[in-house]
Design a protein around this ligand. Structure first.
Ligand code: C2E
Ligand code: MG
Ligand code: MG
Ligand code: MG
Length: 287
């Protein structure tokens, strides 16, 4: 509350709002215990090469499995984790867990693909971020090629000068860098030529109506053309149907991610897909 009241303004709480703040406080309290209780799980959402239909990567997406509260979506706890700083240990856990998983796939002799880990703005600003990433790769003996980090525009634009240094270091270690939710930030595009980026992930809001709204198709087409001329790979997020896929194919979008192919799935299920090398049919079982 203290943040909202900092300007000494009065606030009125309806019973509903009160319930929300109680609920939020409970989540916060529980979130503090979640790591030691081992309640986080990482799901993997396949990324498909548009031209071949092959699975070429995955995005790691954390879930919180609480004994009483059930499965809690990142949309409900990542913001709290951000505000409380808990995102730093949680993010480190995800990073290490993913490296461990990549190692396990490799040790099992199955094909390994690049896995993308989301980095929150808060985590990105940690002075020891680069060391944490290096350490995770080293401990599990992972080729940095297999790790991609997804950052939002606002995370990197927050302090652009120090962000460049961090990104240069990460990239120097061989880790891939992607801009997440591209197109939703309001930053200038000039960072695209300064930052060592590999990929742009076009936000779902543009993909959602790409088959029905010519303006969205124009915007996505322009992002793809610009990205390609800057040697960036383009991923479309949130592809849910064939019509969207066809438009994206026509626009030469490199990779596709979305419920059309698969929802985020447990590691074991993803292993099965990796062994097949491609998606068999389309939507896989729901979470
Ligand atoms: P994001 O990084 O943009 O991840 C994509 C989100 O879109 C995921 O939601 C995914 O399940 C969802 N999605 C994928 N395809 C479709 C589709 O076709 N339709 C629809 N409607 N949604 C689709 P999820 O897993 O709930 O994660 C939400 C956000 O939480 C992520 O957005 C990311 O910002 C954050 N997040 C998740 N895991 C982590 C993590 O380990 N660390 C950090 N810092 N943030 C995370
Ligand atoms: Mg992401
Ligand atoms: Mg995204
Ligand atoms: Mg997002």
């Amino acid at each position: 509350r203290s943040k909202e009241l900092a300007d000494n303004s009065f606030q009125f709480y309806t019973p509903e709002m009160h319930a929300n703040s109680v609920e939020r406080l409970r989540l916060e309290t529980e979130l503090r215990k979640a790591l030691s209780r081992d309640e986080f799980v990482v799901y993997y959402q396949p990324k498909i090469e548009t031209s071949s239909g092959r699975v070429v990567g995955a995005e790691a997406l954390v879930r919180w499995r609480h004994a009483e509260l059930g499965m809690i979506s990142p949309a409900d706890f990542i913001p709290i984790a951000e505000e409380t700083g808990l995102i730093v240990p949680i993010g480190n856990w995800v990073l290490n867990h993913v490296c461990e998983q990549i190692r396990a796939w490799r040790d099992a002799g199955q094909p390994v693909v690049q896995v993308a880990v989301n980095l929150s703005a808060h985590q990105f600003r940690q002075p020891d971020l680069v060391e944490r990433v290096e350490e995770a790769l080293q401990i599990h003996g992972i080729d940095p090629d297999f790790l991609e980090l997804e950052l939002t525009e606002s995370a990197v634009m927050h302090n652009a000068e120090s962000a460049i240094t961090t990104l240069m270091e990460l990239h120097g270690h061989g880790v891939r860098l992607a801009v997440d939710d591209f197109g939703t930030g309001y930053s200038s595009l000039s960072y695209l030529k300064k930052f060592p980026l590999d990929k742009l992930k076009i936000d779902r809001s543009f993909v959602m109506d790409i088959d029905t709204n010519p303006a969205s198709a124009e915007i996505v087409g322009a992002i793809i053309a610009m990205g390609h001329s800057l040697n960036l790979e383009i991923v479309a997020e949130g592809v849910e149907n064939d019509a969207q896929l066809e438009v994206l194919k026509g626009l030469k979008c490199d990779e596709i991610q979305g419920f059309y192919y698969s929802r985020p799935i447990p590691a074991d299920t993803f292993s099965g897909i990796l062994r097949l090398g491609r998606m068999d049919g389309h939507a896989t079982a729901a979470e």
